[in-house]
Design a protein around this ligand. Structure first.
Ligand code: NAD
Ligand code: ZN
Length: 257
């Protein structure tokens, strides 16, 4: 058995032996669905654009038109995308009773489309728009239609005429406090924490592996690049999620038979 196969076996056994499994997923979960991540060398979005100029709440308010152009491009990748083998593997694990929930940094909605339940979207969703004044929520098509059809540079709320933005957390915005509480609660009870496709450089997620460890959970990391917490994990695999996760699920199914 080669090194990778033995790590895959070990992860499957950890899944069998655990009772409350939580996954944490980052942008690397969705690159195999055609959505670029932010920090992969060569392809990550931050090599092409400056995050301070785009995707910060300050830049959105001061130059909404320029920011919306960038966001629509990212949005189009998201709206065209489908759940990949990684998303489907997590959904299968959940059906087998081997995944309690998912904490995701992603705004693409692909876990829900793969029919995974108990998903906490820490950074919100690209599928909705929110009014910055009265917090009314709309389907994202409301914002897109205004921008594309009437070439509006400042899409507005029907209720109060406030500026609409995608209902995703921009740089410089706080995370929703109820969402954070729910995430911490999920984390506090898990005995296996599967970290998939996150550089773990963005807070609060960067704290979560240590919190899980402090609560007595074990860690598994599947990420192409190294992370700062690799040495704390039971098993680390530096391969693509879509290559590895289906194999793990297959072994779990065999072991459960
Ligand atoms: N799909 C999305 O919704 C999406 C896309 C881009 C960015 N974002 C946002 O950007 C922020 C970026 O943080 P992040 O830590 O999630 O992403 P990141 O870009 O910082 O890190 C992604 C990590 O995934 C790894 N990776 C890429 N493809 C992989 C694959 N197929 N298999 C395994 N690993 C893979 C990369 O090596 C990298 O370390 C998040 O806050 C998120 O909200 C979301
Ligand atoms: Zn409003």
């Amino acid at each position: 058995m080669n090194d990778l196969d033995s790590k895959i076996q070990q992860i499957a056994q950890l899944i069998i032996d655990s009772e409350n499994i939580i996954a944490l997923t980052g942008a690397g979960m969705s690159t195999e669905s055609g959505i670029l991540d932010f920090r992969s060398p060569g392809t990550g979005l931050w090599e092409k654009v400056n995050p301070d100029e785009f995707a910060s709440i300050h830049s959105y308010v001061s130059d909404t038109g320029k920011n919306l152009k960038f966001m629509l491009e990212m949005g189009m990748q998201i709206f065209k995308s489908k759940p990949n083998k990684g998303h489907k593997s997590l959904s299968k694990l959940q059906k087998l009773g081997k995944l309690n929930g998912v904490l995701t940094q992603n705004i693409d909605g692909l876990h829900k489309r793969a029919k995974t339940e108990n998903v906490i979207e820490l950074h919100g969703t690209a599928h909705e728009a929110i009014c910055m004044r009265c917090h009314a929520i709309y389907p994202i098509t409301k914002l897109i239609d205004q921008v594309l059809k009437s070439s509006s540079r400042s899409p507005s709320c029907d209720v109060c005429n406030g500026l609409l933005k995608p209902n995703a957390i921009f740089f410089g915005e706080p995370l929703n406090s109820d969402t954070l509480l729910a995430a911490e609660k999920m984390l506090s009870n898990c005995d296996l924490f599967l970290i998939l496709g996150s550089s773990l450089l963005v807070y609060p997620v960067a704290f979560y592996p240590r919190k899980a460890l402090a609560n007595g959970s074990k860690l598994v990391i599947i990420n192409i690049q190294e992370t700062d917490i690799d040495d704390q994990a039971e098993v680390v695999i530096h391969e693509r999620i879509g290559e590895v996760m289906p194999k793990i699920v297959e072994i779990v199914i065999e072991k459960l038979r």
